[in-house]
Design a protein around this ligand. Sequence first.
Ligand SMILES: [Zn+2]
Length: 438
Amino acid sequence: MLRRVQRAFEHVVIGGSVPRLVRWGEGLPQGLIRRLQEDGFAETVRYAAKHQKFFQRKIAAAGIDAQRVRRPEELGDIFTTPDDLLSLPADDFLCRLPDAVYETTGTSGAPKRIYFGYDELDQVAHHEAAAMYKNGVRPGDRVVCTFDGGYWIAGWVTFLGCKQMGVFCSATGKPHPREIYNRMPLYKYNVIAADPTWLVSLSEIAEKEGTFPIKLILAAGDRMTDVYRRYVEDVWKAPVILGYGSTEAGGGVGMECRLRDGYHLDEYDYLFEIVDPDENGYGELVMTTLNRRTQPLIRYRMRDVTRFAKEPCACGVTLGRIEGIRGRRDEMVVMGAGNMHPEIFERILHDVEGISPNWQVAVRQEGLRDILEFRLELTNGVNAELVEQAVRQNLEARYPEVWANEVCGMYNLSFCYLTPNKLGGTRKARRLVDERKD
Ligand SMILES: [Zn+2]
């Protein structure tokens, strides 16, 4: 019922063709969003209990009556995990005939598969369109999207989003940046959607050979470090806005606004939880799909660690936000410094002068004390003392709570300098290792 009210409201406020801006929370009070979510959650649980073998087994084993479930916590420790998707047959999850499939390769090499209906891909595209609209994309703009193709079809979703807005879009797959650069004056693209490293390569060409007028750049995710972002923005004199998404969601589930203070979440199509939070609120992001009927996911563990932003965003959008992703749960090391993720050290080390990109951080134990050991390769004859000073300064400035634990003596910092290539040269070594004995 509520959903019908929402759709009617969207239609009246926005009209039929322009994306429903209301989806980005303009006009919908948070209380109403919460009620829509609760409604959608209860509906999804009842639907899955009827149609999804996997979920049927789970609630039967837990002795839960699906008709009575209103909130996620009432499902206790019932979750859907990436391992479930990897190890069980598709039929365990499929609730109706699918129209499309996404595949992703996990760290183990086996693909996760997730099926969609065309209507569901349109929903994902809709959120993307609304987020783009909020960031200033309008009919008359020209979007070039170079998200990679294959069984992971994020570029199509952006294409569908542009279609919903009536905006010109070339979704090209991921060609050499030179190919797009050469066509930029011809097609007059003024919005670029691409992954971070590709954007950097394109920007390197533009820095040497000249830029074109660009109003907005959209990049996927946290792999875009602050240094990359500043560089790309500097070259094009345009804002870089990040999105957060996943294969299981079929595309973006969150996007930054112009204030760039966390990802606004698609709370119309998903209900998000943070499970097992630490004392600072960081925990694993878990999502339940609210509108999917092909392969609904109930309490799907995203494996990404983040926390909810507490304050409403100054941009006026009432949708909730998460902060940037801190890391993967399976790469997390719990120690005296707090819950450590490789990303933390990437952010501490990426701009330290005089070290090579081959670094590693190890957690060791000496007596009863945790040691956080930076293993670095010195380059350009910079002396170790200056490097250590820079690392300590970055740690204090960027992760004050981690620094505070050091000051309190919860752990010790240590530095160890390796001869180049000891960590395996260009092959990527594990960034963060736990060498403590159990
Ligand atoms: Zn905002």
